[in-house]
Write a protein that binds this ligand. Structure first.
Ligand SMILES: Cc1ncc(COP(=O)(O)O)c(C=O)c1O
Length: 396
């Protein structure tokens, strides 16, 4: 039976175009788009050099699980970043290189969902709300009920795990959890991660940890699920965690990331990708290995975002429930009515932002937790950010 696609929404960017394209931005100001989470600074030169020196390899079909050098480089980075004991992550059993995490986040739900349901009931996939739009489509296409768990200011913008009912947990196949979170930029603490893992193991569902923003942080390094797993003995069961070079190395166009997680699902995923996944070209594998092996460019990257957060704090610091996002590079501002503020910013200040409600679902009680918010991407150079944020402060 085909999944019911009627609930599938437009991507937030399609919805934004529908909202703003009929409206004229104010004349005389250069339009500035703070909508997309695509870093605007360049990836390091050495990445481009590696792509060039390996360009003789484009003639070869790349292996679906990347190269041993890439998997080693990924493992090395994980060990450094999360202070893991040598051997906990086995590059040949726990790592799946993927060409961008977006499609892989989608594909994983297709693998881990039992369409018949664990107990004959409709399978469910838990999604924090607001959410990265791929989670929703992935759940729908996997034949599961996407269950939105509102993530609001009261809970550090993470779903309340204490109030989930048993019946729901029993039919849950997967839980997408994003930390640092997009769009709010908050970080799940140790206790929260432990609780999520404990639920995943008790009710036998997959904890899909989206940690794509793990390297972009303001002051403290966000904890990762692998640290929790290490402290519990190093078993990776019930976890698949995602990392990407798109944010870490400003290399969104390279399309390179990876999944680290339990062996059995890694095997199934690689097997499926043999039929229905595009492997990364060998030059991309080589460039990705070089990027994972280097941390200095990431330090520079982080500094840029910290500068932009400083600028944002200067312009908006005492308004719109402003807080410095501990992770990621978005501001999540409470402007009262996100859609109206978006229209006003476009027509009066030529600044494009994303209404929070386009990133959130409306739950059965009629609440859309993104309604009052806008998301602002701090991805440009500081001069441009200064201009855009000062226009915003004056306009709203
Ligand atoms: C939360 C989150 N997860 C995953 C991705 C996908 O990143 P990529 O496919 O570039 O690795 C993004 C991209 O914006 C994101 O915001």
């Amino acid at each position: 039976m085909n999944p019911d696609l009627s609930g599938l929404r437009n991507s937030p960017f399609v919805a934004l175009r529908t909202l703003l394209d009929p409206l004229e931005p104010v004349k005389g100001l250069k339009p500035l788009a703070l909508t997309i989470g695509e870093p605007q600074n360049q990836p390091p030169q050495f990445m481009k050099d590696v792509l060039q020196t390996t360009d003789n390899l484009y003639g070869k079909y790349p292996p679906v699980d990347g190269t041993p050098e890439l998997r080693e480089a990924i493992t090395g980075w994980l060990n450094r970043r999360y202070n893991l004991k040598e051997g906990m992550i086995d590059p040949s059993r726990h790592i799946t290189p993927v060409n961008g995490t977006k499609e892989a986040l989608y594909m994983l739900a297709q693998i881990v969902t039992n369409r018949q349901g664990k107990s004959g009931q409709k399978p469910a996939i838990l999604i924090p709300n607001p959410y990265y739009h791929v989670y929703h489509a992935a759940a729908v296409m996997a034949g599961a009920e996407p269950v939105f768990l509102n993530a609001t200011l009261e809970n550090n913008f993470f779903p309340d795990l204490e109030t989930l009912d048993e019946e729901l947990l029993e039919r849950t196949e997967a839980f997408y959890l994003c930390s640092p979170s997009n769009p709010q930029g908050t970080v799940a603490g140790r206790a929260y991660l432990e609780k999520a893992l404990q639920l995943a193991r008790k009710h036998d569902f997959m904890l899909i940890m989206d940690e794509c923003y793990a390297e972009i942080y303001d002051k403290d390094q966000p904890e990762g699920i692998l640290q929790v797993l290490q402290d519990l003995g190093g078993d990776l069961s019930n976890v698949m965690a995602f990392h990407s070079l798109s944010k870490r190395s400003s290399a969104a166009g390279l399309r390179s990331g990876f999944i680290v997680g339990e062996e059995v699902t890694t095997k199934t995923l690689i097997n499926l990708r043999n039929f229905a996944g595009a492997a990364s070209p060998l030059p991309v594998c080589a460039a990705s290995a070089a990027l994972w092996n280097d941390d200095s460019h990431v330090i520079e990257n982080r500094k840029l975002y910290q500068t932009n957060i400083d600028i944002a704090e200067r312009h908006l610091g005492n308004r719109f429930d402003f807080y410095r996002p501990p992770g990621g590079f978005f501001l999540w501002l409470n402007v009262g009515n996100g859609v109206e503020a978006t229209k006003k910013l476009w027509t009066e200040a030529a600044v494009r932002v994303l209404p929070g409600e386009y990133l959130s679902g409306t739950t059965a009680d009629g609440i859309n937790p993104g309604f009052e918010y806008i998301r602002v991407a701090l991805v440009f150079d500081p001069d441009m950010m200064d201009e855009a944020l000062s226009r915003m402060a004056n306009c709203l």
